[in-house]
Design a protein around this ligand. Structure first.
Ligand code: GLU
Length: 380
């Protein structure tokens, strides 16, 4: 068949975030779908064996917790949902651990603040990066126990897009109970067509998320939240693939040409991150660096404390700072790893002298990954 071509967005991505909804994970009896999970785990193991990294965003805590707490199927208040999530999250992790064995997985619970407050964002990112480096699969969910209405993401479609942004993923797969985005309701309209590819999320496309597609997703999010997730992902340089998750090996099915809607990224993850650093963050301080450090930064190296001559401003760890040379020219902007007081203490010190001076080290002043060069900022 001509459509048996692997979907390049999925096969080329170094990092893939897969969102698994409650409907796939939890059966009508309120227990985890072990057979589906085992097949899905094999699908994930296959992708990892080709060298790709996978992050799973998993719902199901509330659904599993309902049964544990004997809450039946009735509508739950927010405190009841939180209680159910607290009881169900451990059952959810046990199901994932059993399914993914022998691959290790780790529970990562996030709230909206963790992806919005820069310092927490950096901490969450560092942890997830470390897990991926160690070959572990992070299994992410919202930290339902502590969130209130104002600070919750509320649905795992959008949470998964924020996770994709956090880890710089190139592909986000939203496993759904529909095959993708349709032009009309396929159950009632014989002319309804699946839209295989969306290059830009136009108002016309977004309007399609209402009406016919609104019922999609028996979990929290319908098609509207999926397209919202796709918008966040696209701006972060990540492609979104919406596809039917009820199949035994949904990722293999996508690669074999199964029906999907792909929403293309508007940029690359790296460019999106650098644009965020150089454009959207108000700098809170200035680092004046010597010629050697300025040249190193321009070559894409980290800024070491040894090359910093002066520290100005009041800033916290994770804030944006401007790096300038001794003539006052801006060299780059970046996220600093030390608060201003500590940066002043270690300014000019060799890396090995940081720990004796502060009692800890966070590595370079500004890591290369968190730097956007001034020239790059101008050309965008
Ligand atoms: N965090 C919720 C849970 O684990 C799910 C939210 C969603 O499905 O979008 O039950």
């Amino acid at each position: 068949m001509s459509d048996l071509t692997p979907l390049s967005e999925l096969t080329a991505a170094k990092r893939i975030v897969v969102k698994v909804g409650s409907a796939l994970l939890v059966g009508p009896d309120g227990t985890a779908h072990a057979a589906w999970l085992a097949d899905f785990a094999a699908d994930v193991a296959r992708i990892r064996a080709r060298g790709q990294q996978v992050v799973i965003v998993s719902s199901g805590a509330v659904a599993l917790g309902r049964r544990r707490l004997g809450l039946g199927k009735r509508a739950l208040s927010l405190p009841e949902k939180q209680a159910a999530a607290a009881a169900g999250q451990s059952a959810l992790m046990r199901a994932w651990e059993e399914a993914l064995e022998p691959i290790a997985c780790a529970q990562v619970l996030l709230t909206r603040d963790d992806t919005e407050v820069r310092r927490r964002w950096l901490n969450a990112r560092a942890t997830v990066e470390t897990l991926l480096t160690l070959g572990v699969i992070p299994v992410v969910n919202e930290n339902d126990t502590v969130v209130t209405e104002e600070i919750r993401v509320g649905d795992n479609d959008r949470l998964s897009a924020r996770v994709a942004q956090l880890v710089g993923a190139e592909a986000l797969v939203l496993l759904s109970d529909v095959e993708g985005l349709y032009t009309a309701d396929p159950r009632s309209d014989p002319d309804a067509r699946l839209i295989p590819r969306v290059s830009h999320l136009t108002p016309e496309i977004e309007a399609m998320a209402g009406g016919a597609n609104a019922v999609a997703g028996v979990g929290t999010g319908g098609m509207a939240t999926k397209l919202e997730a796709a918008r966040i992902a696209s701006q972060a340089g990540c492609a979104t693939i919406i596809t039917l998750g009820t199949r035994a090996r949904p990722l293999a099915a996508v690669e074999a040409g199964a029906a999907t809607t792909v929403i293309e990224p508007a940029t690359t993850p790296r460019a999106a991150y650098k644009a965020w650093i150089s454009g959207s963050l108000a700098p809170a301080g200035f680092l004046t660096v010597d010629a050697g450090a300025a040249a190193a930064v321009q070559r894409g190296k980290s800024l070491l404390a040894a090359g910093v001559r002066a520290v100005d401003g009041r800033f916290d760890k994770g804030d944006a700072v401007v790096i300038r040379d001794e003539a006052g020219r801006e060299v780059a902007r970046g996220l600093i790893r030390y608060a201003a007081d500590h940066a002043r203490v270690i300014c000019g010190l060799k890396s090995g002298a940081i720990e004796p001076a502060l009692g800890y080290t966070s590595g370079p002043m500004v890591h290369a990954d968190d730097l956007a060069l001034a020239a790059q900022a101008e050309t965008r």
